[in-house]
Design a protein around this ligand. Sequence first.
Ligand SMILES: [Zn+2]
Length: 370
Amino acid sequence: MLDVLIKNGTLIDGTGSPAAPADIGISGDTIVEVAAPGRIAAEAAQTIDASGRVVTPGFIDLHTHSDASFLIDPLADSKLTQGVTLELFGNCGMSFCAPLIGMAKDQFDDRLSRSGDDLEATWTDFDGYLTALENAGSTINVATQVGHGTVRAAVLGMDPRAPTPEELDRMQQLVAESLDAGALGVSTGLWYAPGSYSLTDEVIAYTQPAADRGKLYSSHIRSEADDLCGLFPAHAEAIEIGRRTGARIQISHVKAVGPKFWGRGHELLEGMHRARQEGIDVAGDQYPYPWSSTGFSGAMFGRWALVGGREKTLERLADSDIRARIRQDTDYYINRNHDARGCVIASFPPDQSLEGRSLQDVADEWGVEP
Ligand SMILES: [Zn+2]
């Protein structure tokens, strides 16, 4: 007697085999039989007719920022209805829910107050955070990583300098504790402040505890375009971190941003292929749409303008000379690959009427420049 029989569906089994009609017999939490339609003889407590539908294993979404989402809404309908059954968050150097120490805690409070979500942190470390996630009882499987930007903010604030040996020890200690509490790996966002203030040596030291535990290093690399160090050196840096530490490397949202790099994506794949031949376990992921999506400060501000954190940035904006320099950078970021019509506001909780509109559209209405 089966518990569930799924019949008449088109099976895509995830092995790379072509889609084929199949029936699937399930007992408890295990698939016990896969056969051509009508060939499973056993009775089933529940039968699902999947005619005209595709049956697949659950999707693994390796790149998300749902760190707080499951604490706010554990049902996760938007993911479940897309077929996602495992999410990995804590990407791009941001594990903004833990550890909550120093400026990382301030950033968490700030983020929550601006999003309007009603969530109070009853924890300060990864162990407490993961317990809170477990207690929330999400409908899908979740896993998380320790963000370099978060740990750096916890120890150094938003200072644009290398950590002292003592600070680096403290960062490594926080990473080790978080991994031992259950984090699946570490992540960096080397394009974002404060990750962008680090040198490669620091990232290697940061990654080593993950490598020592056979865990993952994923990276939003230092540049995906022609800013900062540039796309190809940034790509090489991620691979070099794998070479030096032995960590498994995941290059996040692999892309070649801007006309200058269009048509050169194959060179990124070739670089990964060569590294794999050398024995470095490097892989990458991509999102299925031709846009980037990120926070305003990351997308629009020179990194120097973010030094010291949000309050310092606001002070700089209040000084007309410094404001003019910030504005030059912002103009560059708005216009480097398109213009203000290409910058669309995806989320702005204080005034949701702006969502879905371009910067140009809003500027026209307000009678200002983008
Ligand atoms: Zn990213």
